[in-house]
Design a binder for this molecule. Structure first.
Ligand SMILES: CC(C)(COP(=O)(O)OP(=O)(O)OC[C@H]1O[C@@H](n2cnc3c(N)ncnc32)[C@H](O)[C@@H]1OP(=O)(O)O)[C@@H](O)C(=O)NCCC(=O)NCCS
Length: 173
């Protein structure tokens, strides 16, 4: 099975929407991708293809980390989706690795996400709270392991910290 990964092109848009809706079983994430695109906030959008058919998609937008008067911007991964019939074949992993490469090449030292820790730790993501970050996706006294960061530049840890906010198109948690 030959998987190829490339940036989205305009004719992919409807297929991406259908794939996201099918994978999540609802339109929320699919509509979010469209909203990000319409806002010019889809920083990176990659598709995975088998025989020219889109079987996976990953979206990245810029999140804001703020601490007092300091504001930094870093990419955040999500949503990511693989067609149900093609899951557990390494497509999600291939998409994530390809995205990490683009993020690193762009010079970013951190990549955030909110997702299942059991899946993302294999790519190097770790809980972001112990690194000094907070998020509305972490409730006081609740679990926090789903709010994760991939550290591509260790020198940032301790220098950059604060509250991470996804782009405004994301729904409230
Ligand atoms: C999550 C998703 C993108 C993974 O894509 P994929 O192509 O199936 O993933 P891969 O083939 O690279 O990896 C499969 C592994 O991930 C694990 N995995 C998949 N979804 C997982 C989840 N929600 N929690 C924990 N592990 C998960 C599988 O158990 C499998 O583990 P194994 O290799 O030990 O058997 C895909 O399952 C999907 O689209 N899910 C529905 C939408 C969704 O939940 N998106 C992510 C929101 S955080």
């Amino acid at each position: 099975m030959q998987i190829s990964i490339r940036h989205e092109i305009p004719i992919d848009i409807n297929e991406i929407h259908a794939l996201e809706a099918q994978a999540f079983g609802r339109r929320l994430q699919a509509d979010l991708v469209n909203d990000l695109r319409d806002d010019g906030a889809l920083w990176l959008s990659q598709v995975a293809l088998i025989d020219d058919r889109i079987v996976g998609h990953a979206a990245y937008s810029l999140a804001e980390v703020s601490h007092d008067a300091n504001i930094w911007r870093f990419p955040a991964l999500g949503p990511i989706a693989v067609a149900p019939a093609n899951q557990r074949q390494g497509i999600g992993g291939a998409l994530i690795r390809a995205g990490i490469e683009v993020v690193g090449d762009a010079g970013f030292g951190l990549l955030f996400l909110v997702g299942h820790p059991g899946y993302y730790t294999r790519f190097g993501f770790q809980p972001a709270v112990p690194l000094g970050f907070s998020s509305n996706w972490v409730k006081p006294g609740g679990s926090h392991e789903h709010f994760m960061a991939l550290v591509l530049d260790q020198s940032l840890i301790g220098c950059v910290s604060g509250h991470m906010r996804f782009h405004g198109a994301f729904p409230d948690p």
